[in-house]
Design a protein around this ligand. Sequence first.
Ligand code: PRT
Ligand code: ZN
Length: 313
Amino acid sequence: MSKNVSENKNDSIKESGEGKTRLKLAIQKSGRLAEESKELLDKCGISFNKSKDQLFCAAQNFPLDVFFVRDDDIPAFVASKVCQVGIVGQNVLNEENILSRNQKLRMVEEILPLGFGRCRLSLAVPHGFEYQGPHSLQGKIIATSYQGILSHYIAQQNIGAEIVDMRGSVEIAPRIGMADAICDLVSSGATLAVNGLKEVETIFQSEAVLIRSPDITAQQNDILNRLITRITGVMQAQSSKYIMLHCPVERVEQIRRVIPGCDSPTILALQGRSDTVAVHAVCNEGIFWETMEQLKSQGASDILVLPIEKMLD
Ligand code: PRT
Ligand code: ZN
């Protein structure tokens, strides 16, 4: 890793201008978090031209340098000051925290959940296994790539079970006789189903998070705060909608109560119509067909629901 990083670092310094303070962010190069991490930066208005195998890239319009690495390396990059921030799954951060002897790693801080990469680390057993609770795993063999989190869990539950460490294809372990149960990440559950396994216990819930190093300069902290403000704006915009409707003047209060997550809508007069007003509001929740039907039954008409691109409080 260090050879490529230092070669590419020189490229970045050339591109970004020597001496100017920049924040360094590590994201997954390819895999389940890669696209959404890049998309998030894009929605924050941060653009960079990355060629396929580039490990390092300087944003053109924001003081940010992005490292593209394996997700497992991200906590160590942030702990070792190669980067000040990173985007990684809580599962990886926690696992690295438990397993690593690096004290600095424990000081890496989660600063913002990002709402993507959601999954759970679960125990699963073959359908024929009579599972009655964690104690059913007493004396059994459990295959996992998450030794750290799993050993913490079995110690907490006071179970004596053997852990077999596997780097991939954990779900096949019971079928080939390597283990009685597995502990792996699950999102839809389809992988467990095709391998004849049932999920019996969730031991850790995870999503992608923004992490930061404790060693960060005041200028880098300013850049980080700007980045956090943009990310928060993007996330708020994603979960919010702009609603516009017409309603009889005397129904405004009832209508306001139906609009989800809205305290003070904007009320606008309509030209030539003294009995009807336009109501505009930002709703910080999704609007379902049921809500629109309810608004209509309260006297609203011409209801429009629009996506919001950006938001800044
Ligand atoms: O190459 P690199 O080391 O960077 O990537 P990787 O192969 O180690 O990780 P990757 O890209 O598979 O996952 C990156 C992160 O995505 C994980 O650390 C989690 O934080 C998150 N994530 C979200 C998931 C899943 N969902 C997920 N479903 N990671 C893995 N899976 C796998 C799981 O291991 C199992 O094999 O998907 C399968 C189960 O999926 P379902 O939908 O069938 O339940
Ligand atoms: Zn990985």
